[in-house]
Design a protein around this ligand. Structure first.
Ligand code: AMP
Ligand code: ZN
Length: 473
């Protein structure tokens, strides 16, 4: 396998060497289902989808696991603020479970519209409480935890190299996390594994545990579910860059303390989508959803195309103007492919050698830490290569679209646009104007329009169902 990825753990682009030949195990942190996903979240899921499909294109089987956070995530990733599920429940006067199922469904609908493929396993935190309790008990037996006031904490000072992923000093991590002063914590960076005596006295989601009735911390769910479904070692773990200093750092501390060895080989992070006027945040209420883009007249795939135009490791600035530019260029690309497809002759066969040349080129780009911009360049080279037959071009477009997932060969829109010639729309408009003139007995205007149409060689035939037209011979 010849695939290179930027590994946050080593701060280097590295050749991906899978644990098992031909198979990749991949875990991606899933949504906290207390509200709609915002388009920033969706950028991260698009990047993970492209990564997975690129690995599949390269020839690997990908076993992909993603969690659904439906309990335990507080407003800040570092045990601070209110519980997100309870917040959603209060806001909408529903139970946390109703909220969770509603937004989980909405999330997968968004993914579907964006051609994001479903993971091999999707697992809900609330259905894996037992696994989390077992993990916490094991950490307790190994001496990595302490209990104060009924809560179980992870003691980061017991774990060597706690800061290895973030590559920051402990004081930098503290400054970045803005950790709330918690009298119970030995180190401000310690985090809760199990809450029993939290500030949320009437928390609805509660389970029995060896430490009393309560609920798990957020970080433990990913460790428990990733290990359960992918085993003691896995190839890839992904998420947005915000997860580096807290969530993923804590996941490593828990999992490696539990396992006693290295857990994940490649940590791959997607950069943020930002608004041109600052950060998008659910808690600040200034977040954009996919449905909002649809209401503004965009196709969900315009947004996918927009995301694919920039490197996943670079911040991407969103504005409706930028999205509009992407929409136009995506439309042009599809129209170009449509006109090539129109010329394909049935008897045309495919020359394997010319196909392979371009397939290899495309593969080389996507395998270079997802160089999708260059992969698009290969696509354009294919479209303009005169030595390729039209059928070969279409074959390659279809092949590349397994990774890009832009429905490049779905011509529904192009067909309706092209079957109606521009004059026809104009003609139809004139005919309606003439009908209106006739209804208001404005015969002079009706005649004027008839003559104008005649000049355009359009002949009108008045019938009881309205005017029909045909081109004059
Ligand atoms: P959450 O539902 O908040 O747990 O986030 C889901 C995913 O979206 C995580 O991988 C986050 O790192 C990622 N994420 C959050 N905000 C943004 C953003 N503005 N741009 C890109 N990814 C984001
Ligand atoms: Zn996670």
């Amino acid at each position: 396998m010849n695939f290179y990825v930027y590994n946050t753990l080593t701060r280097k682009k590295e050749k991906l060497i899978p644990l098992r030949e031909g198979e990749i195990s991949m875990y991606t942190c899933g949504p906290t289902v207390y509200n709609f996903a915002h388009i920033g979240n969706l950028r991260t899921y698009i990047f993970e989808d492209v990564l997975k499909k690129s690995l599949e294109y390269e020839g690997s089987r990908v076993k992909h696991v993603m969690n659904i956070t439906d309990v335990g995530h507080l407003q800040s990733d570092a045990d601070e603020g209110e519980d997100k599920m309870s917040l959603g429940a209060k806001r909408e006067n529903k139970s946390p479970y109703e909220i969770a199922r509603f937004y989980e469904k909405a999330f997968f609908e968004d993914c579907n519209k964006l051609n994001i493929k479903k993971p091999t396993h999707t697992c809900r935190a609330t259905e894996h409480i037992e696994d989390m309790i077992n993990l916490i008990q094991n950490l307790q037996n190994k001496g990595f935890t302490y209990e104060v006031n009924g809560n179980v904490y992870y003691e980061i000072d017991k774990f060597k190299n706690y800061n290895k992923l973030a590559n920051l000093s402990i004081s930098e991590l503290e400054a970045g996390n803005r950790v709330e002063v918690d009298e119970n914590k030995k180190n401000p960076l310690d985090f809760v594994l199990w809450f029993t005596n939290s500030k949320f006295k009437n928390h609805i989601m509660q389970w029995n545990s060896p430490w009393g009735v309560g609920f798990p911390g957020w970080h433990i769910e990913c460790s428990a579910m990733a290990i359960k479904y992918l085993g003691e070692r896995a190839d890839i773990h992904c998420g947005g860059v915000d997860h580096i200093p807290v969530h993923h750092t804590n996941e490593i501390a828990q999992s490696e303390a539990f396992l006693g060895h290295k857990w994940i080989n490649y940590w791959i992070h997607g950069e943020f989508l930002v608004l041109d006027n600052g950060k998008m945040s659910k808690s600040m209420g200034n977040f954009l959803t996919l449905n909002r883009l649809i209401e503004e007249g965009f196709d969900p795939l315009d947004y996918r195309y927009f995301c694919l135009q920039s490197k996943y490791r670079k911040q991407l600035v969103f504005s409706f103007e930028n999205l509009e530019e992407a929409r136009v260029s995506y439309k042009r690309l599809k129209e170009r492919i449509y006109s090539i497809n129109e010329k394909v002759k049935n008897e045309e066969n495919i020359n394997e050698i010319s196909i392979k040349h371009y397939k290899d080129k495309f593969k080389k780009e996507i395998s270079d830490d997802l160089n999708i911009a260059n992969a698009f360049t290969v696509l354009y080279e294919v479209l303009k290569d005169n030595s390729l037959k039209e059928a070969e071009k279409i074959y390659l477009v279809n092949d590349f679209d397994k990774v890009l997932s832009l429905n490049l060969l779905d011509f529904r829109e192009e067909k309706s646009r092209n079957s109606e010639k521009p004059e026809e729309t104009f003609i139809t408009k004139l005919i309606t104007e003439r009908e209106d003139a006739r209804k208001s007995k404005n015969w002079a205007k009706a005649d004027e329009i008839r003559n104008k149409l005649l000049e355009m060689k359009v002949e009108l035939i008045d019938t009881k169902d309205g005017a029909k037209w045909k081109m004059k011979e």
